[in-house]
Each structure stands twice: as C-alpha cells, then as structure tokens.
Design a protein. Structure first.
Lengths: 229, 368
C-alpha cells in the first residue's frame, strides 16, 4: 500500500460493510448535496439574470458588475466562509451565500455574452415588426442566448458541486457529500472519504450530462443547420 | 399616402445631417424606390417611417396620421418590414416566423394557421418548409419567408430595405417578378430601398434619387426620370444606355403597329403579287379569322390560285403586346427582316412592329 490515503488508514482501502451499514447516511448526504447545488445555482441564476438585465440596459454598469462579481469569485472559499461566520453563524445560509457568490460571475457573463451574440439583423427585425423591448428580450433574445447561457449554467453547476464539500468545514450538516470526506479525514478512515470523493465526481459528471441533455431538448434549432443549401 | 414633410436627421456626434430637409409624398398603392450612393440617407429615411430612427425635425404622416401619435411598437405592428439579412428568428420554424405579427396581435390559433397557410401559397413557398428552421433554407427561400412574415397581418404599408441585395442575380430577378405580381394583387404602399439602379427602375412606380446628405435630386416615374434627368448628378447616376432602360419600361402595346401586308387564305396569287408590289416586299402574312397563320414567300407563289394551298411558313419570331420594347428591339435586331408580328396569347394578329415604331413608342410615352 503506497497511496497517501492508505498511509492514514491501516485497514483495507474500502470496508464494504461500512458502506452497507451507512446507506441512509450516504443517501441523505447525496440528496443534500444535490439540493444545495440546485438551490445555489437557482438563486445564483435569478440574481445573475437581474444583474445581466441591468448590465444590458445600462451598459456602463457592466464593467463594475463584472469587477465586483470577479472579486467575489477570486476570494478563496475558506476565507469567505470564515469571514461570513461572524455575521451569519455556522449555518446553511453562510454556505449558500459563499457558494452563490461564486456562481454570479460565470452566470452574469454568460447571460450578457449570450444576448450580445444575438445577430443584429434578428434584433432589428424583431423591433421593426412591433416587439416591445421586454417582449423581444423574453421571446427572441433569451431563447437565442440559451446555448451560451446553458453552458454557463453547466460550469456554475459543476463548480458548485465541487465546492460544496468545502462548506463541510463549517461544521455539521451543510457540506453534502463533504461530510463524508471530512469524516474520513478526521478519523483517518478511508472508506467514507473515498465514497464521498467518488460520489462528488459522479454527481459533477451526471449534472453536466443532464444539462447537455437539457440544452439539446431546449434548442432543437441549434442542431438542425444547413441541411439544405 | 405616406407624407414626409421637411424631415431632417442629424445623428449625435455628427455635424452633417444624414437626411436634410426631405419632403416626399408616397401615394397609396404604389411602389416608391429610394436610390442613391452610400451616405445618401435612403435607409435612414426608410427607418424613420417606422420610427426605428426618430427624426431630428420635420414630420411623417401615414394616411394623415402622424407616426408619433402612437407608441412605436404599435405603429410597427401595422407596417411590414423586410431587411436584406432577412432577420428570421433562428429558433422558430418558418411557420412560426410567419405567424409572428398575428401572434403579437393576439389572433386566434385557427385564424393564424389559416393565414400562414395562405401566405405560403402567396409567396410561392413549399409547404414542406413550414416546420423547418431558417438555417435549413436557401437565401431565396428565406427572403420569401421574410416577405410572407412582413405581409402576415396584411399591413397597408411595406418597408423594404435592400431585400434582394444578398441573393444571386437569377434569384433576384425572380423575386422581383414575384414582388411585382404580388403587388398587382395586393396594391400595398411600398417603400423600397435599393442601390441597384435597374432594380429601382424595374420595380418603382416612382423613383426618388437621393444625393449624399439626404438631398432629393429627382422624384418621378422611372420613364420620366430617364427621359428627362433633372441634372448632371441624376444623369451620371442613371448610368449608360438610358435609352435602352427607357425601352425596358414601355410595352409593345404602346407602340403604333403597322397593319402589315396581310391576306386571307382564300385570296388569290394575283392578290398576293399585287400586295407585294404595292409595298415593295417579297412576302405576305396570312391571317385567317383574325389569327396569324404564317407567311408566304414570293418564290413559293406557284400555279395555285388559292393562297391557302401554298406553302405557309411559320414566323420564327413573334412578339406579345406585354413584351417590353427593349425585348422587342432585341428580337428585331436578331430577325433577318428586322420586323416581327405581334400576336396575343391565342395568336390573334395585332400588327407588325419595326424599328421605327419602337422609337415612336418611346416618344408617345415620355415625358409622363
């Protein structure tokens, strides 16, 4: 046994009996991981949508919005958790604030870039035919921006899945699968650590594939191109 | 009628007006083409009518109603708009694209479906394309869909900004023909921006020639503009072969046709010889019951007494009254005798056209 993990734990690499005995715990951590990821990305998306609409309507606000969300993205996660703890305590809220703040930069930028990528002729013909600005945004610009926006959502989701375990550092019951990882680390016990790590990777891959599927379903027009010249 | 009164547009940051003090009356049911060099403000003028651009000063009315009295998006629902890049919505099928304005107006589903169906027919689009996305169509098909979309809610006014500028010349000619035949049926008020002088002449009931800065140099029917250019700018803008361009606007029916040397099939060889001698020709045309049968050469006048028994040769070249004098001239030049008979669709004989009567046809038409 030469792996670093094995050096922490004198027992076998995986104790299968532990997994079968703790099925409920693993499942509840997995569900929590999925729920927290979903809540994070959903709230992040709504906030980013608002920021993007402001940035698109008032162009001069795009640079400052981008700068602020960029700084939030740049602050190390653990530092942010520590900074927030005096304000919000060791709660899910603390974890959520930190996680959401990481999604804002990616999502805001992808929404703005997606809408900026709408061909000017399409925008002009929409306006020329009698769309109001709001109708044009919802019925023309956002649907056309969807491929770019959804690729932003994919990045935000996968990032959140990977970052969520760090929230487990804050104490009990908010790190999703991170609970298993930290449990394993603190007890020099490989099995939960590996189960947690493998499941985090699996969840990240599954979410990404799911979103690719969503993208295909929502944007059928983006796939059917140039079949007749 | 669309009326522009002293319309002026100065874009922010520019001290030159893009359009300066332009007044123009566009009669209901006519196609008016706006043409001029780049920077003449023709597109700007068009876009001020549907308020995509707001004039700096002056007023624009449609049927007496100032365009600014309604919110811009409501105004635009009543004005068809077609642009060069078409601007179909890539995420919607062709049928959904065409249904855009009816849907915005809140029509019922069944009414929209029926209207979309009718529009496919009207613009000559294959029904199989209804569920395709725009990217799956050719340039010409996309442009037809663009026109159908603009016509969907049957607006009285159509604004077209170089709509056929991006398609190849053959497709363009076909689209122009289709627009003209649509217009004969629909009688819309159409403002058509182009940089192609032949297109402006061909499509316009009137053409407005604009100079840089939106200065109106001449406004009138293409035949009148070609016959009598207002100034050196217009002359140079119209380019060469002005006479031929005029001929392309006048139908054969406007020319004075010669009755020609005609005889019936029951006439005698002596009648034929007399007619040829009187006209100094070596042939006569045979017309029976008003229909052109062909011609007989002097050499073929053998011993038959009745012309109907002689060898009647068909005319290789025939003209229709709807052909343009330019096409007629081309035919005459190719014909060995430099004349051609003019017949209706059912071969009813109308007369003989020669080069002299082409020139006279032009004189009768212009200036209008």
């Amino acid at each position: 046994m030469t792996t670093p993990i094995a050096q922490l734990d004198s027992g076998p690499l995986i104790r299968w009996s532990w997994i079968t005995d703790h099925g409920d715990l693993i499942l509840s951590n997995l569900v929590q991981h999925l729920v927290l990821t979903f809540v994070t990305v959903a709230i992040g998306f709504v906030l980013s949508m608002l920021l993007a609409v402001v940035a698109l309507r008032f162009r001069f606000t795009f640079a400052p919005i981008n700068a602020v969300t960029g700084i939030m993205y740049a602050v190390p996660s653990i530092a942010l958790f520590v900074l927030l703890t005096p304000l919000t305590g060791l709660t899910t809220l603390t974890a959520e604030i930190a996680l959401i703040s990481y999604t804002l930069q990616i999502l805001t930028r992808s929404i703005v870039a997606g809408i900026d990528g709408v061909p000017p002729a399409v925008r002009e013909s929409a306006t020329g035919m009698g769309y109001t600005d709001r109708q044009r945004l919802w019925h023309v610009e956002l649907p056309l921006a969807l491929p770019v926006i959804l690729s932003g959502v994919r990045i935000a989701t996968v990032t959140t899945v990977g970052l969520l375990p760090v929230a487990g550092l804050l104490g009990s019951d908010q790190g999703g699968l991170g609970e298993l990882i930290f449990d394993g680390l603190t007890r020099f016990f490989n099995t939960p650590l590996l189960v947690g790590a493998v499941l985090v990777v699996a969840v990240a891959v599954a979410c990404d594939l799911l979103l690719v599927g969503v993208q295909q379903v929502l944007t059928p027009w983006a796939r059917r191109r140039g079949t007749s010249a | 009628m669309i009326s522009l009164q002293g319309v002026r547009k100065v874009f922010p940051g520019s001290n030159q007006p893009a359009v300066g003090d332009l007044s123009l009356e566009i009669p209901t049911g006519e196609i008016v083409t706006l043409i001029g060099p780049s920077g003449c403000g023709k597109s700007t003028t068009l876009r001020m009518i549907n308020r995509l651009i707001e004039p700096t000063s002056g007023s624009i009315t449609i049927d007496g109603l100032d365009v600014t009295t309604r919110p811009a998006h409501e105004l635009r629902l009543g004005i068809g708009y077609v642009i060069q890049q078409v601007g179909l919505f890539p995420h919607r099928t062709i049928a959904q694209n065409i249904a855009t304005v009816p849907a915005l107006l809140g029509w019922e589903r069944a009414r929209i479906a029926a209207r979309v169906e009718a529009l496919f027919e009207l613009v000559g689009l294959d029904h199989d394309l209804a569920d395709r996305y725009p990217a799956e169509l050719s340039g010409g098909q996309q442009q037809r869909a663009g026109v159908a979309r603009a016509l969907a809610a049957d607006p009285p006014v159509l604004l077209m900004d170089e709509p056929f500028g991006a398609v190849d010349p053959i497709v363009r000619a076909r689209l122009q023909d289709e627009l003209l035949s649509l217009q004969r049926e629909l009688r819309k008020t159409i403002v058509f921006v182009t940089h192609d002088i032949d297109e402006a002449i061909r499509l316009g009931d009137r053409m407005a020639i604009l100079n840089v800065g939106g200065v109106l140099e001449q406004y009138g029917p293409p035949s009148a503009v070609l016959a009598d250019p207002a100034n050196a700018f217009v002359t140079s803008f119209l380019g060469g072969e002005r006479g031929l361009k005029r001929l392309s606007l006048v139908p054969v029916s406007a020319a004075r046709l010669d009755p020609g040397p005609t005889l019936g099939p029951d006439s005698t060889v002596e009648d034929a010889r007399a007619t040829m001698a009187a006209r100094g020709l070596d042939w006569v045309a045979i017309v029976a019951d008003g229909r052109l049968q062909g011609w007989i050469d002097e050499a073929d006048l053998a011993q038959q007494t009745r012309l109907g028994d002689a060898a009647i040769r068909p005319f290789a070249l025939k003209l229709r009254p709807t052909d343009s004098l330019r096409e007629a001239l081309d035919t005459l030049v190719s014909s060995p005798t430099h004349i051609a008979p003019v017949v209706d669709e059912d071969d009813t004989y109308l007369g003989i056209l020669d080069v002299t009567s082409i020139g006279e046809g032009l004189d009768q038409r212009a200036p209008r």
